[in-house]
Design a protein around this ligand. Structure first.
Ligand code: MG
Length: 159
């Protein structure tokens, strides 16, 4: 068994930026401001990818999908995760479980938690019971607490 940890954070788009939907764990949060990013800005999937790659010691999201590469502009992060799952499989691993913590003042994660769990489980090809998603605020502390962005921590176990 091997354990991996992943972290990511993204700022919300500013007023003047071109609008982009907010997508967390492959689930669209309609009516919420999107995140600044080269890709679709799915900060949850980015942290999950780094947890998986970390467990397998296969580098990180930046080495696989460099943001200097135009190929990944606006990329659907679910597609990147599928690509990573293929590599994890080729290396002989299956996912034991995934635990994700999303930190933001908004949106509220609780009401959408089950959708995010289901979506991540299907992208990883595991059951919902193997995926945990937790949402919390930063108690108004620091920039995340001021509502400037979203931070995500993820832990994955590979077998
Ligand atoms: Mg990212």
């Amino acid at each position: 068994m091997r354990i991996g940890f992943g972290y990511d954070s993204h700022r919300f788009l500013s007023e003047g930026d071109a609008a982009k939907p907010l997508v967390l764990g492959g689930v669209a949060f309609d009516g919420e401001r999107g995140l600044k990013a080269h890709s679709d800005g799915d900060v949850v999937i980015h942290a999950v990818i780094d947890a998986l790659l970390g467990a397998a010691a296969l580098g990180d999201i930046g080495s696989h999908f460099p943001d200097s590469d135009e190929k990944w502009r606006g990329a659907d992060s679910a597609r990147l995760l599928s690509e990573v799952m293929r590599e994890i499989g080729l290396a002989g691993y299956t996912v034991g479980n995934l635990d994700v913590t999303i930190i933001c003042e908004r949106p509220k994660i609780g009401p959408r938690r089950e959708e995010v769990r289901s979506r991540l489980a299907s992208l990883l090809g595991i059951s919902v019971s193997q995926v945990s998603v937790k949402g919390k605020t930063n108690e108004k502390m620091d920039d995340v607490g001021a509502g400037l962005g979203i931070e995500v921590h993820a832990v994955a176990l590979l077998q």
